[in-house]
Ligand binder design. Sequence first.
Ligand code: 5AD
Ligand code: SF4
Length: 472
Amino acid sequence: MKRNTTKEPSISNINEIINSLKENNRFHEIETGEERNYLIETYGCQMNEHDSEKLEGFLTQMGYEKTNSRESADLIIFNTCCVRENAELKVYGKLGALKHLKKRHKDLIIAVCGCMMQQEHVVKYIQKTYPHVDLIFGTHNLHNFPSLLEKTLNNKEAIVDVWDQEGEVIEGLPVNRRYGIKSYVNIMYGCNNFCSYCIVPYTRGRERSRKVSDILVEIKDLISKGSKEVMLLGQNVNSYGKTLEREVDFSDLLEEVVKIQGIERIRFMTSHPKDLSDKLIDTMAKHSKICNHIHLPLQAGSNKVLKEMNRKYTQEDYLTIVQKVRKKIPGIAITTDIIIGFPNESPEDFQETLKVAKFAEFDSAFTFLYSIREGTPAASKEWQVPEEIKKERFQALKNLIDSTAYQNNQRYLNRKVSVLVEGTSKKNDKVLTGRTETSKTVNFPGDQTLIGEILTVKITAAKTYSFDGVII
Ligand code: 5AD
Ligand code: SF4
């Protein structure tokens, strides 16, 4: 895909466009008595969630109001994911359904962005099949959204602007945080690992780390606005710093973050096992503000499959890390990602995955059926595992993970744990819900005024996916 004609904008340029769109929206409100509304639907990982927060930041500054109803939206954005085929199919289904809405609401703007758009065949397919889409842009030019939206509003024809290469990291853009209490902070972008099944390095580009000083400024600002917890985001946080001039690694960054006044909890995601250093484990053990939880994707247990996946560790390496982490950080929760049915995964290979999962005693796992991603090395492998076999293996793995999670959770019964209250339960607004430091959900009776507090809660029931408790 050719890098498009739009240039890297400066902050003052972006602000100018935002102000002009704000004026435009103000006139619209004066003329019609109605404000303009937007709706963003986000698919995929925390990176995408956070990108949507950035889009919301722009839109709020432009004077757009958020709506949950498609009928009342003037702008609908799908922020897409292409890690697995299912997520793509959902987006196509939703785009089809918008055709009728567009007929009724002629001024409605439909935009599609995110990882799916970084694939040329997807963009062509959308242009051909869904001509009612007004704007298509990618992950590398998200910061250009104000100018793209302005062009779309002034244009009769659809705008497509996807960059095939990452630009510079642009600092200082507005962000609309979803949760005041918990905040996402990007520490790096992209990935250099090229796991053979994964599309991310092609859609998110090469690894780029943000400067320590920029990250600290952002976190300090969040804490001053009431955040209690930050989640540091990167495809592989363990290789943080490699692209920076100053020699600094992820542990060094954490050492700076823990010093921030008022910060209560620090989390991070995702850690690649091949880069998990002893230094990082020691840093986690040393600071109580760094949560006792690590997400450590295993992907597969068999050494043959791990090699074909290009993961660069063996099951023995992985289990050594697990043992080390559990020894140095007692009570730590370990969660993981596992892919089932990678090409040529034999019954014996799958047994190895079960064996490692049993030994690691995971607290939870995201388990995925392997999905062919065009353009990745694994897509051209000859023997693909039949869907029925993948589903059988999926169930066997789920049963095992559920049982280790349940066993681990029993250790919490009658214990007092600290819980950051995030909100009320969906089913009952007299029940509060929050998370332990180990990222386990706890539900307990309490008043809504306690949202945002860190409380001590006694666990009264330990289930597979959550706890019940009482405030003490
Ligand atoms: N098929 C299935 N799962 C995948 N993942 C990445 N690519 C694929 C694929 N092609 C999973 C990995 C990764 C998580 C975010 O998504 O487990 O850790
Ligand atoms: Fe994909 Fe591997 Fe990079 Fe994770 S580390 S984003 S699985 S290529």
